[in-house]
Write a protein that binds this ligand. Structure first.
Ligand code: 5GP
Ligand code: ZN
Length: 112
């Protein structure tokens, strides 16, 4: 399958990984939008949020909890933002689910 993030999971494309377990990988974003900006992804290919089903609930919870733990490890205790873009109108550009973790600067609302 021609998926950029599956290739990162497989180690075929290099990435600055900060975490890995049997289900997830986290790595720094190549185009950081904040001093801390990394992505947490499932190792299994899931194209977008609307592809999640009942059986993915535990994985989704694990993704959220891991993002929060890693944000703390990266020094984001004063605040951070989690973002998951879904499909074209949501601004998703890579078709493999990923949670952005942004921190270490003041973030504003609403986003663009
Ligand atoms: P999206 O726009 O789909 O929500 O986010 C995709 C993110 O993946 C972007 O923030 C982009 O900078 C990041 N990205 C795209 N290609 C690569 C890559 O090859 N390596 C890494 N580490 N990040 C990437
Ligand atoms: Zn993939």
């Amino acid at each position: 399958m021609d998926c950029l993030f599956c290739k990162i999971v497989a180690g075929e494309i290099p990435a600055r990984k900060l975490y890995e377990d049997d289900q997830l990988v986290a790595f720094h974003d190549i185009g950081p939008q904040a001093p801390v900006h990394f992505l947490v992804i499932p190792k299994r290919h899931i194209a977008t949020l609307t592809d999640l089903d009942e059986t993915d609930k535990a994985l989704a919870g694990h993704l959220l909890y891991t993002a929060q733990q890693l944000a703390s490890e990266q020094g984001c205790d004063e605040g951070f933002r989690l973002v998951m873009n879904c499909n074209e109108l949501g601004g998703q550009t890579v078709g493999h689910i990923h949670m952005h973790v942004l921190g270490q600067r003041q973030l504003h609302w609403p986003p663009g």
